[in-house]
Structure formats: C-alpha cells, structure tokens
Design a protein around this ligand. Structure first.
Ligand code: COA
Length: 469
C-alpha cells in the first residue's frame, strides 16, 4: 500500500533548499551526500545558477519538474516562506533541518505554530523541524549533515532507528558503522509538528526491509494513538523504546532539549507493557535489544542451555540466567537437559567435559565439537533458548567457529545468542558476526539480557495470540 510518507523515505526527486556558496555549510554537505542517490536533484539558492554540476533555482516554485522531497536548511526565520513555497508547489514531503523553533522558547514556539498553519493549506507532509534528517542506506539516501570522516554511516540492515535526539542518532550510527551493524533506516524526529513517532512506527511496520523498530523518545505526541498503533505493530514486529526523561529532573532536561512534556514514568511503564513494547534503559540496550529481535526468533519458554568452552564463564552465565533483576540477573531458568542429550554429548566431548547444563566443552574444544554440541542441544525438548559462549582463545578452534554459530543462529530450532569476549582477534570475529547478522555480544551480561528480551517477546506473542513476522 502506498503511503503519503513514501515521498520522504522513497523519494523520486529531491530539492535541497539552502545549499550555499560555502561548501562547508550544512545545506552544501547534505547536497553532496545526496548526489550518491542517483536521483534528480534540485539545489535551491537565490545566488546560484549552478551547484555541483546541477542547475540551481532561486525557489522551488521555479523548478519545472515535480518534487517529491525538499530538505530545508535555511535559518529558522526564513523557513515559513520556504515552506509556504513548498506547499504551493505541491512538494510531497519536507524535512526541516533548521533549529530555532519550539525548543528555544516562546518566540520559537510562535514560529513553529506558523509552520503548522502553513501545512494546513496543502498535503505536504513534514518531518521536523530541528531534525538531524534521514538516512536510508539501501537507497543511498544520506540526508544527514554530520561529516562522514568523523561520523560514519552504518551499512544497510534489518532494523529502523527513530530518534528524537540528533546526538543520540549520530553516535548510534557511528557505533553501528564501526561494528558493521546494519540498519534499514535512520529517522530524526525533531519537533514533530506533523509526522510523529506513531506514524513512523506504523510506516516501518509495513517496510519489508525492517524486522524491528527502535525508538529513542523524550516525549510522546499523542499517547492514546501511540499505544493503539503500538498494539497493532507489536503483533507483527518488535518495537523497542528508550524513553528519556524518566525522572523529574530528566523530564525538565527533556523539556529544555526538545520543548516537549515527558509524561509520568509509572504510566508509561504500564502502558508500554500492555502494548508489547520492549523497554530499553540505556543507549547500549536499545541497540542490543533491537538487534536480537530483528535477527532471532522469539523464545517461547524460560529454559536456557549454556554452551561454553570456559567453565568460569559458564558459572557466571548461570548466575545471570537464574538470578532475579534485583540481584543482577535476568530471571530465566537453566534447562534440565534430557538423558539422551547428555549421552550424546558424552560421546562427542572429552571425558572431563561437563555435559550438565552449563555444558563445558573445555579448552580442548574443536570447531566440530561446537558444531555437534549445538546440533544436539537444538534437539533437546527441554531447551527453549541457547546462550553460546564462542571463545576464540582456545587452541583448537578457528575462524570456522563464525560459520558454525551463524548456521545455528539462523537455522537452528531454538533461538540462540552468542557471546565472544576478548581483544583484537576476538573483536575481528565479532565484527564478522555483526556483518552476518548474528546476535553477538561482547559480554555475558549483555548476551543474557538479549535472551531475556527474546523470552519477553515470546511471552507477549503467546499472550495476545499473535505469531509475529
Ligand atoms: N531560499 C534558498 N536559499 C536561501 C534562502 C531561501 N529562502 N535563504 C537563505 N538561503 C541561502 C543562503 O543565502 C545561504 O547561501 P549562501 O551562503 O550562498 O549565501 C544558504 O541558504 C544557507 O543559509 P545561511 O544563512 O548561510 O545559513 P547556515 O547554512 O549557516 O545555517 C541552518 C542554516 C539551517 C544549518 C542553521 O540555521 C541551523 O538551524 N543549524 C542547526 C541545525 C541543527 O542542529 N538541526 C538539528 C539537528 S539534531
């Protein structure tokens, strides 16, 4: 089904209003990156005839062709007139990068109200103002103005990241790019005068490339609608929200940052639970949780098998699995392996290995033993999910271990999370696994939490009688 947000995320032509004779200005940087999209581009600036080899126009009204998307990067005071022109021209979507609106106080708020009045006159959909922009890697649409040398972009991948904070957005993308974690889209929400988080959630729920949706929010525009949409979307795709402004002082900080009211945290907690939203509490969890939900199937019971080559790590992992959240645990259970599983494990592992859960294959483990052990555990009916410690320090495992865990993560019967801990060599393997969409974590704690999220997702789907996608 076509959506009226398609012109923003799947534009067929783009105008950049506010390219500059100075190549270091934000409008010029945006334009330069957008040239890679291969789309018809229209630079708009009253002082230019031509820009980077493209014919320039003084206003969108002078452009003879249709414009799907206009990105506005002129000072706030000039935005109303420019937006008015876009509406008159029938530009379908607009992204307003400019700051200086509701977030700055009463004067800015007035200016923002003016923008709202202007868009009532037409059908133009508006993202922002005060947004970092949009980035759709699969379409090579890079509408982000931070310099790539210091702010690299992630590759194409499987989840959408929607952020009410620009800084949280670029830092996330930098981190994701470093590890090769791909995204289907990044969207900066800005001040939300038109397009809201609810609408974006709905939009990306329909997007084939998107398997999970992450949202960093400081405010929720229309709580009732947001929850209605979330209830619908979460039956299909997982949604993870990091909600800033949980405390009184945090809410004041949020009001100063984006000019919006944060809402009571207790109400939000209950409402999120009801709507099947997975809540993240920090900038690491939002990525960790969304990633595992995008890559893995849900876990429909609490029983975990731990597969490790390090006995100590098996013990630590067991404590995390069995402890309650108050005692730094995730409140799952260690699976009771069947006798058949234990017997099969005895046949393939060294005699001093432990075939009781946690399964300790010992430092003598080989690639083949990892493979066989994961195969056997996948067949055990008492196991609902697997935490695999893929440790690269022992002498008889090789890079093949990456292929093995990838195979069992993607094709095993049970959901599986992988943990690898270590320095340069391990980091190289971690990056390789990230690029292959393996839910890999650099610490046991983060891996255990990811499994818990898969269990919460499974429980929710069971409760509402949905299957998810
Ligand atoms: N139509 C077309 N072009 C126009 C114009 C109009 N109505 N009004 C001005 N311009 C041109 C200017 O002449 C200038 O080009 P020039 O240098 O060749 O003269 C260009 O647009 C840019 O305008 P300028 O006044 O130089 O602004 P700027 O580039 O310094 O800053 C913003 C503009 C939008 C980047 C800035 O006001 C801003 O808001 N910055 C913060 C952005 C931000 O942080 N967003 C949120 C991120 S989370």
């Amino acid at each position: 089904m076509p959506s009226d947000l398609d012109p923003i995320f799947k534009p067929k032509s783009i105008a950049v209003i506010g390219v500059s004779r100075n190549p270091n200005k934000i409008g010029s940087i945006l334009f330069k990156y957008l040239t890679e999209s291969g789309l018809p581009l229209y630079p708009i600036n009253p002082h230019l005839e031509e820009f980077m080899g493209y014919k320039a126009y003084p206003s969108v009204l002078e452009v003879p062709e249709e414009i799907d998307l206009a990105i506005i990067s002129v000072p706030a005071k000039a935005v109303p007139q420019v937006l008015e022109d876009c509406v008159k021209k029938g530009v379908k979507g607009v992204v307003i990068i400019s700051s200086g609106f509701g977030e700055t106080g009463p004067e800015g708020k007035k200016l923002e109200e003016k923008l709202k009045e202007i868009i009532k006159k037409g059908k133009t959909r508006v993202l922002g103002p005060n947004t970092l922009g949009i980035y759709i890697p699969s379409r090579k649409i890079d509408g982000i103005f931070t310099l790539r040398e210091r702010s690299p972009r992630p590759p194409a991948g499987m989840f959408a990241y929607i952020s009410q904070s620009g800084a949280a957005g670029v830092a996330f993308m930098d981190y994701a790019a470093h590890y090769g974690i791909g995204i289907s889209a990044f969207v900066g929400l800005g001040n939300k005068i038109d397009v809201t988080e609810a609408e974006l959630m709905e939009y990306f729920a329909e997007d084939e490339e998107t398997k999970a949706i992450a949202l960093y929010l400081e405010s929720i525009k229309d709580g009732k609608r947001f929850l209605e949409v979330a209830k619908r979307v979460t039956k299909k795709k997982p949604v993870v929200v990091l909600k800033g402004g949980r405390t009184k002082r945090g809410a004041v900080a949020a009001a100063l940052h984006t000019g919006s009211l944060a809402g009571s945290d207790a109400v939000i907690e209950g409402a999120f639970k009801q709507a099947g939203i997975i809540r993240a509490y920090d900038e690491e969890e939002i990525i960790d949780f969304t990633k595992v939900l995008a890559y893995s199937k849900p876990m429909f019971g609490p029983n975990v098998a731990i597969v490790t080559s390090g006995g100590g790590y098996g013990v630590i992992a067991t404590d995390y699995i069995e402890s309650t959240p108050e005692k730094k645990g995730v409140g799952l259970k260690m699976a009771e392996l069947t006798e058949e599983t234990k017997q099969k494990l005895r046949e393939i592992l060294v005699p001093y290995a432990s075939v009781k859960n946690p399964i300790d294959m010992t430092a003598d483990v080989t690639d083949e033993q990892y493979d066989k052990t994961l195969e056997i555990v996948n067949e055990d009916p008492n196991v609902d999910g697997i935490l695999c410690l893929a440790l690269f320090q022992t002498p008889f495992v090789s890079e093949k271990l990456v292929d093995i865990v990838e195979k069992w993560c993607k094709h095993g019967k049970k959901p599986m999370v992988v943990v690898s801990i270590g320095g340069t060599y391990t980091q190289k393997m971690i990056k390789e696994m990230e690029q292959r969409h393996v839910p890999i974590y650099p610490s046991i704690w983060r891996g255990a939490k990811a499994l818990r999220v898969l269990y919460d997702r499974g429980r929710y789907l069971k409760k509402v009688g949905a299957e998810g996608e």
